[in-house]
Design a binder for this molecule. Structure first.
Ligand SMILES: [Zn+2]
Length: 191
């Protein structure tokens, strides 16, 4: 299976670091880049062919700001597309949510498989981690314009102190969970 992993925002945070935790000095672009590298490693160990490309263009392809991510996934011939992000709101909101274009389509099944693994892993580390569920989003280019099943993981809220700690301390567990979600999906497809 060919897997395209797209950590969100700009590589090295320039021009777009994504969401921030000012108190702890964490940037979304760095957190998702590290998790993406590890997801790649675990999926390659599981026999997948993986392409990893970070991009800035969440709401549309803007070549001025970096690679055209949907085109890159198409030309790679990806079977699945996974975008990695962290949420932010008011420093109090917490939880994990997984986005797809249409939860009745294959993207929904992929979202379900990844989300189940992510929630199980994070709840195991912190039982108070809220499950915000699977959400349909029609506005995000990475979900709308991709032809393969695509998901966007909002792994946790980087601006919340508890969620941010999970993101940093359990980065490796989170990456393994995402990779397991992909292989669960692959097994379900084959079955
Ligand atoms: Zn983001």
């Amino acid at each position: 299976m060919k897997v395209f992993i797209n950590p969100g925002h700009a590589m090295h945070g320039n021009p777009d670091p994504g969401a921030l935790n000012g108190e702890l000095g964490y940037r979304e672009s760095d957190v998702v880049s590290r998790i993406g590298e590890k997801v790649k490693l675990y999926l390659e160990r599981a026999g997948c062919e993986v392409r990893l490309l970070q991009s800035h263009n969440l709401l549309g392809e803007c070549p001025d700001y970096g690679p055209a991510i949907v085109d890159a996934a198409e030309s790679f011939g990806a079977d699945v597309f996974i975008s990695l992000h962290c949420n932010a709101f008011d420093t109090r909101a917490r939880g994990c949510e997984t986005l797809c274009y249409d939860d009745e389509e294959a993207g929904g099944a992929l979202a379900m498989a990844i989300h189940r693994q992510l929630i199980e892993t994070m709840r195991d580390k912190d039982g108070s981690m809220p499950d915000r569920g699977i959400k349909e989003r029609k506005d995000l280019a990475v979900l709308r314009a991709t032809n393969m099943p695509a998901v966007l993981c909002e792994i946790a809220f980087i601006d919340n102190i508890q969620d941010a700690a999970l993101l940093i301390v359990y980065e490796d567990d989170i990456a393994r969970a995402i990779a397991r979600g992909v292989t669960d999906y692959q097994v379900a497809l084959a079955g």
